[in-house]
Design a protein around this ligand. Structure first.
Ligand code: ZN
Ligand code: ZN
Ligand code: ZN
Length: 371
């Protein structure tokens, strides 16, 4: 994020205020967690010292921050002002003094409890009703704006480059342990521009039947299917991709199952249109797998939302009737897992748009044969 992005934060704060208006919230308090960088561009370290953005429904927002942290803030004139506090100040009193006791205060989920408890002394519950910050922020956070979609695209492209290296055989497999290959993929995610690696699952043979397998000392053998699911955070936004490779030609059983998986993935992506329900994505992918006779082997939901966090709303799961809106970003990741034998998953990140689903990933969808 650069100072040139000030307009982005002014726009997000304006939308937060519109949401406060719609939800009857007078004051929004955002402390550590991803809502703070979303609204200000500033990511606070999860310190014991108070950092809090105070957003009145009317009037300027103020970032109350320890004086020693203030130099790390890129100021966004017109979006919020800074109120540094000194080591001997009472920062909760400063927060409470910025606005008169609100009738309804929305409090971020990840504010330390100690600050809320102290705040109750200033704004007691007979005057102020407290609601969760998600009441204001969740819908906003789900609908990615243009800057966020660009960031997801850049992170997706970086993950795609690692997938291309995997498909090109540049990441040695046979004779290495899952943990070694995981470390190799992690290094490549960083080399391609990620700031942090969030996970790099490498699961060989029967281990791939466990969807969140932890890569370990298991040595990868010729003739096996290897599932690789990896992602990281780049400029504040997450990537997440799964590709499988086969070391040597696959059996007919695996090749046929993979064709089903590929068709299920395509059906899930195609169902991710504006106005459909989140559960429709799950149903579309699951129907292909179930109709082919593998239904009992698809043991998880089809996808999760993604953005500043690797897993966030909305979830693509049966029972979620939330309508898909333009800007919703989510994974489509059906899998087939035969316990004790093999497993496979195919995952891309998709953003719903008025013109149809946009994929953030473009790496080859096939079960690539190596060696
Ligand atoms: Zn994944
Ligand atoms: Zn995922
Ligand atoms: Zn495809």
């Amino acid at each position: 994020m650069t100072p040139a992005d000030t307009a982005v934060f002014i726009d997000r704060l304006a939308r937060a205020r519109a949401s406060m208006e719609a939800n009857g919230v007078d004051t929004l308090l955002v402390s550590v967690g991803s809502d703070l960088p979303y609204l200000t561009g500033y990511e606070a370290m999860p310190l014991e010292r108070l950092t809090m953005l105070v957003v009145p429904r009317h009037g300027e927002a103020t970032l109350v921050i320890p004086r020693l942290e203030a130099p790390r803030v890129v100021e966004q004139p017109g979006a919020f002002s800074l109120r540094p506090w000194n080591e001997t100040d009472d920062p909760v009193a400063i927060v409470a003094g910025l606005v008169s006791a609100p009738a309804v205060a929305a409090v971020g989920d990840t504010m330390w409890a100690r600050f809320l408890v102290e705040l109750l002394g200033h704004w007691p519950t007979d005057r102020t009703r407290y609601v969760r910050g998600t009441a204001v922020m969740n819908d906003l956070r789900m609908r990615k704006d243009a800057a966020e979609i660009a960031a997801l695209q850049a992170a997706g492209a970086a993950a795609d480059r690692v997938a291309a290296q995997l498909h090109a055989g540049e990441i040695p497999m046979v004779g290495r342990t899952e943990a070694e290959v995981s470390a190799d993929i992690s290094a490549r995610l960083l080399a391609e521009g990620h700031d942090v690696v969030n996970f790099a699952i490498v699961a060989a043979g029967e281990n791939a039947a466990s969807p969140h397998h932890h890569p370990g000392p298991r040595v990868i053998l010729d003739g096996e299917l290897v599932l690789c699911d990896f992602g990281g955070t780049m400029a504040g936004y997450c990537s997440d991709i799964t590709r499988c490779v086969h070391l040597g030609p696959p059996s007919n059983e695996i090749a046929e199952a993979y064709d089903v998986l590929h068709a299920a993935h395509a059906a899930g992506v195609a169902a991710g249109v504006v106005g459909a329900q989140c559960q429709d994505v799950d149903r579309a992918a699951r129907k292909v797998i179930t109709d082919a006779g593998y239904g009992e082997y698809f043991i998880h939901r089809t996808g999760h939302g993604i953005g500043m966090e690797a897993h966030e709303d909305p979830y693509m799961v049966e029972g979620n009737s939330l309508p898909i809106a333009a800007g919703h970003a989510f994974s489509v990741e059906p899998g087939i897992y035969v316990a004790g034998q093999w497993g496979m998953r195919l995952e891309d990140i998709v953003v719903a748009a008025d013109g149809g689903p946009l994929s953030m990933n473009h790496a080859n969808h096939s079960l690539v044969t190596l060696g």
